[in-house]
Design a protein around this ligand. Structure first.
Ligand SMILES: Nc1ncnc2c1ncn2[C@@H]1O[C@H](COP(=O)(O)OP(=O)(O)OP(=O)(O)O)[C@@H](O)[C@H]1O
Length: 615
């Protein structure tokens, strides 16, 4: 929900001047590193374009003065001189046009290259982040802001730097012309532009704080937009008739965002009008002065025209330059967010062990606790147990008892807050990440529905490194997806998801079969971790798959709410509120008449009968 309308976001920090200069240089460095010829081309044309306005003003003066001379003398030579200057003016204007077009072309190339380069940096960074970092809401906000502005801001900043340089050179040339008349004329140009500059810089800071501070609302808005258009949310949304509520939330959010924009832009516009009036008054005072001096006979008509033109263009150029500086400052603020994101320390994966110090020991958990960042109580506490190779371990417990968290710790995706987890005698953090990951084949909860081909959905189990159709089909068979793949018109090549024109949609159970096939592709992993692997399968398929998994001869860690699935496990660990409350075989736990037995009895007549049989 949107916050109070007048939330000022004043507490959001903006970077210091020193940091800002550093960011600017890094952005230029990025351009240089990506395409130095493009950078050189833009810089060269910028300098040429910067000098042309002063040249044009000078040529205009020469035309007027030579025309007046020709009128006075009536000589053919003077007439030819005037025509010569007209031809020069045509050349200057044509060059201006050509250089401007060339610059626009090169800058469009730069925008595309830089947008890609920055997006690449962002994705390289997010791909190196670990799971807790990606689950951190503050980091997610930084990523969103960086992604939103990746294509525009770094290019914007570089463009503003070039523009500022161009305007600065033009100004120096204008100043040189004005100086010949009077140094005061240079001062008039400066006095007219500076107030606007300070106002723009001030508003750039406000805008940045607004955009940064409003990221939660922007995220909610984009979520509501997805909710109103996505096919996956459509069945529930349509059925629950939630549309008016969702739309009204969206409208509420929009008017809050719009109200803030309006207030800020209205203040910006009124300041711009007021300062524009000040600039005009200064300009016209300068013009009156030049006119009076000309009437007094101290300058020629041509000089007067040139001076007035230069005075006006000088003021415009200064205000464009200062607007570029203000805009560049605004770009820089967003880039500071980008660089803050890029500067986030990456998770230290310092482990190098390719195998454990006691091969064959399996997993050992010693007094493990884990708390999610910001959580007020640990998700797991005092967890100790062993899993010897080849053991089949069942994990059971109510929703939120910590089962998924526990298997993610075993996979090394989270690090225990305290305690130790070892695999073959070596702590997980000391393992080489690739070697550790290669030990486990996993069905995740929730599993992904990749909007790729069927083959790629399976190949993701080995990071898309396996492309051999025979291996993919074998995994499909072992994940009970063989008949499904055979039935699809293009087999492994079938594109999934209706989002694509030629894409096919699958049922929940069919998607789950592909997720199972993905896990089963990892034939070299000696540990199979299955987090609710059969929740979407029909009973026949469920029994068939679990039987298959049991025959795999690998360590099996199985999470299931259907306790009958765990009957064959060598050991069952029962979790409650993040703690182990019971362990034992199915029969032992049934006989103990504790938590497991209670859960088991609650699962209906069928399970109770088979439990009684086991007693
Ligand atoms: N990514 C997360 N960030 C913060 N807290 C989380 C996260 N995932 C889970 N939790 C919290 O940790 C606790 C344990 O969650 P976990 O998913 O491990 O339970 P579970 O036993 O697998 O539940 P279920 O049977 O519903 O799948 C819950 O209180 C949950 O709210």
């Amino acid at each position: 929900m949107a916050r109070a309308a007048d939330t000022p976001f004043d507490d959001i920090e903006t970077p210091s001047l020193r940091d800002g200069i550093g960011y600017g240089l890094r952005a230029l460095g990025l351009v240089w590193a990506n395409d130095r010829w493009l950078a050189i081309g833009i810089a060269g044309l910028t300098v040429v374009l910067a000098l042309l306005p002063a040249a044009a003003a000078w040529v205009a003066k020469e035309i007027i003065d030579s025309v007046l001379a020709a009128i006075d003398s009536g000589a053919a030579a003077d007439r030819n001189t005037a025509l010569y200057w007209v031809a020069v003016e045509a050349g200057v204007l044509a060059s201006m046009f050509a250089v401007r077009r060339g610059l626009t072309f090169l800058k469009s190339l730069l925008a595309a290259r830089l947008g890609y380069a920055v997006s690449h940096l962002i994705y390289e960074k997010t791909l190196r982040m670990d799971l807790p970092q990606l689950e951190d809401a503050a980091i997610q906000q930084q990523i969103l802001l960086a992604k939103q502005h990746a294509a525009s801001r770094p290019y914007g900043l570089v463009n503003r730097i070039f523009e500022t340089a161009q305007h600065a050179i033009t100004l120096v040339a204008f100043a040189a012309v004005l100086w010949t008349f009077s140094p005061w004329a240079v001062l008039i140009v400066l006095a007219g532009g500076l107030p606007l500059f300070f106002s723009e810089v001030n508003f750039s800071g406000h805008l940045f704080r607004f955009h940064t501070g409003r990221t939660p609302e922007m995220r909610e808005r984009s979520y509501l937009e997805t909710l109103m258009t996505s096919d996956t949310s459509a069945p529930e949304r349509i059925h629950s008739a939630a549309d008016p509520q969702i739309l009204s939330r969206y409208e509420h959010l929009f008017s809050w965002l719009f109200g803030q924009d309006r207030r800020l832009q209205a203040r910006r516009a009124s300041w711009a009008v007021a300062l524009g009036v000040v600039s005009s008054v200064i300009f016209f005072s300068g013009k009156v002065w030049i006119v009076l001096v000309t009437i007094g006979g101290a300058t020629t008509l041509g000089q007067m025209t040139m001076l007035v033109t230069v005075l006006r263009q000088g003021q415009n150029t200064l205000s464009s330059m200062l607007t570029s500086v203000g805009g560049g400052y605004e770009d820089l603020l967003y880039i500071s967010n980008l660089y803050d994101l890029l500067a986030i320390a990456e998770p230290e994966r310092t482990g190098t062990a390719k195998q454990g110090v006691r091969p064959g020991e399996g997993f050992r958990l010693e007094d493990v606790a884990f708390a999610y960042p910001g959580a007020n109580r640990p998700a797991l506490e005092a967890i100790s147990f062993d899993v010897a190779p080849g053991t089949q371990l069942g994990l059971v417990g109510a929703n939120g008892s910590g089962k998924t968290t526990l298997v993610r710790l075993l996979m090394g995706l989270y690090t225990p807050t305290s305690g130790r987890i070892t695999l073959d005698g070596t702590e997980l953090k000391d393992w080489d990440w690739t070697a550790l990951a290669a030990r486990t084949a996993t069905l995740f909860q929730p599993f992904q529905r990749y909007k790729m081909t069927v083959g790629e959905n399976i190949a993701m189990g080995e990071g898309l490194r396996i492309t051999d159709p025979a291996a993919l089909l074998a995994a499909a068979e072992r994940g009970l997806a063989g008949p499904l793949v055979a039935d699809l018109p293009e087999g492994l090549e079938t594109r999934l998801s209706k989002r694509f024109l030629d894409g096919r949609e699958l049922s929940g159970g069919q998607w789950q079969r592909l997720a199972l096939a993905r896990a089963m592709l990892r034939t070299n992993a000696d540990i199979l971790i299955l987090d609710e692997p059969t929740a979407a399968l029909d009973p026949e398929a469920e029994a068939e798959f679990l039987e298959l998994a049991r025959r795999e001869q690998r360590t099996l860690i199985l999470i299931s709410h259907r306790l009958s699935n765990l009957q064959h496990c060598d050991r069952i660990v029962v979790l409650d509120k993040g703690r182990i409350v019971e362990t034992g075989t199915h029969d032992e736990l049934i006989a103990r008449r504790g938590r497991y037995r209670k859960l088991f009895d609650q699962q209906g007549e069928f399970y109770r009968e088979s439990g009684a049989g086991a007693k």
